[in-house]
Design a protein around this ligand. Structure first.
Ligand SMILES: [Zn+2]
Length: 117
């Protein structure tokens, strides 16, 4: 691979990173619950209908784990932010990989030039 081509791919990644919107780490889970109050539909012996869905967001940042509920009206936005964060991680991983490739290529190039002299 040509160093110039690798450098171009890095520039593309930087541009895409700049275009990423709001992001957040974590996973969103959907849950149903039973309140257990006598007579409630959630404890119906024949056809129990549990409460929910409830959306729970879990994430870890700076060594601290957090779990919180997300109101149904925010679920779409949160999903979008989770996707953006996933893309952010993909792009930064790819960037680092390309930087390693690039430094290897430059090292080889320098060695070749040293051999020629
Ligand atoms: Zn209930």
């Amino acid at each position: 691979m040509q160093p110039r081509r690798v450098a171009r791919q890095i520039e593309q990644i930087k541009r895409e990173l700049l275009s990423l919107g709001p992001m957040r780490p974590g996973t969103l889970s959907r849950q149903y619950a039973a309140c257990q109050k006598p007579g409630c539909a959630c404890v119906d012996p024949v056809k129990p209908k549990r409460h929910g869905p409830f959306y729970q967001l879990s994430y870890a940042h700076a060594g601290k784990s957090t779990t919180r509920f997300v109101r149904p009206g925010y679920v779409t936005q949160v999903r979008k932010e989770l996707r953006a964060y996933k893309r952010f991680r993909e792009l930064t991983q790819k960037w680092v990989g390309l930087e390693l490739t690039l430094s290897q290529l430059r090292l080889e190039q320098a060695r070749r030039e040293a051999d020629e002299n």
